[in-house]
Design a protein around this ligand. Structure first.
Ligand code: PMV
Length: 330
């Protein structure tokens, strides 16, 4: 059996502008709809695999603690799919370099980093298509973290197709993560997605979704930021309407969420450029262009008593992979 190669992967989080919500195959995690995201700089998951002859079975750590049985099971499932379930003699350590309670899903960057690190360290012979498919199984948003900039994901046959898109240079894009209330969410996105399929609006969500993706792609290609922001907000509000209209209902909004949305609307009335999106949680993300606009939004939002903090980010690159100290592709 070949030795374990010491490997480091740094993968970044992403935020969807055109939202993914709903699966047609829960087992393979195949989505009913596509999505379009931006990979964010600075919000990095770092996964290291080191040979360690005393680690039998292998040791799995997350943020400097042994993984919970549930967390370790997800890695073991991945190892089984790689045909490496029996291998021992290594430590798998993953650290999320995100400010705590930023309300950003680490499942995307963590999923991408785990797949790439294990693939390289244990010399798994997966081509790019299979790597994407297996990353999708870990989390629906994770394949988007395999690339930098804007990433479009389309369902295709029994899998998905990923298309990276350049961020128009003159946008100087900034994303503000506006933290509202903290605390664990009551219903996981997985459960809420399953329930959402019973919403009377689900059919409309699925049938209209490709048009939203095309509108967003065309806006990026044309460098039309206002058009992108408009369809981003439309997709976000439609997504949130689904868990709200199923039985029993789920809503991720808190009073602070609405206060922030009101402030964004009035900021725009006063001439600020930008728009919002939200994931399955109470925080709000604001997309804007340029340092001055970002500063103005921050000043406005940071003085709200409901806001716990604002984190600013720019577009980020795809994952960096190093094997035995040398950069390699994924
Ligand atoms: O990656 P998951 O399965 O946790 O789903 C993420 C769903 C949203 O964040 C709400 C939307 C998206 O496209 O990222």
């Amino acid at each position: 059996m070949s030795r374990v190669r010491s490997t480091v992967v740094r993968a970044r989080a992403n935020i969807a502008l055109i939202k993914y919500w709903g699966k047609r195959d829960a087992e393979r995690n195949l989505p009913d709809v596509g999505s379009l995201s931006l990979t964010l700089d600075g919000l990095v998951t770092e996964t290291r695999i080191e040979p360690d002859s005393s680690a039998d079975p292998p040791r799995f750590e997350l943020d400097d603690h042994p993984m919970t049985p549930d967390e370790a099971r997800r890695i073991r499932d991945l190892l089984d799919r790689m045909g490496r379930g029996e291998r021992s003699g290594y430590r798998f350590r993953t650290v999320n370099h995100f400010p705590t309670a930023a309300g950003l899903a680490s499942s995307a960057s963590g999923g991408a980093a785990a797949v790439l690190a294990l693939k390289r360290a244990l010399e798994v012979d997966w081509d790019p298509a299979q790597t994407i498919e297996e990353t999708l199984r870990v989390s629906g948003s994770a394949p988007r973290s395999l690339f930098g900039g804007f990433v479009r994901l389309d369902p295709r046959g029994d899998g998905v197709e990923l298309t990276p898109m350049e961020v128009p240079e003159d946008w100087d894009l900034r994303v503000l993560v506006v933290q509202t209330e903290t605390g664990a969410k009551a219903v996981s996105s997985r459960d809420a997605m399953t329930r959402s399929r019973r919403s009377p609006y689900y059919e409309g969500w699925v049938s209209e979704h490709p048009a939203d993706l095309d509108t967003a792609s065309a806006a990026i290609e044309a460098g039309d930021f206002d058009a992108l922001v408009e369809v981003m907000e439309y997709s976000t509000l439609k997504m949130h309407a689904l868990p709200l209209t199923c039985r029993p209902p789920v809503w991720y909004w808190r009073p602070a969420t609405l206060a922030v949305l009101e402030s964004i609307r009035s900021g725009r009335d006063e001439g600020l450029v930008g728009g919002f999106t939200m994931d399955a949680g109470p925080h709000v993300k604001v997309f804007t262009c340029g340092g001055d606009a970002a500063r103005a939004w921050r000043a406005r939002l940071e003085r709200m008593p409901e806001v716990r903090g604002v984190l600013e980010s720019r577009p980020g690159a795809g994952p960096a992979v190093e094997v035995e100290g040398r950069p390699v592709g994924w």
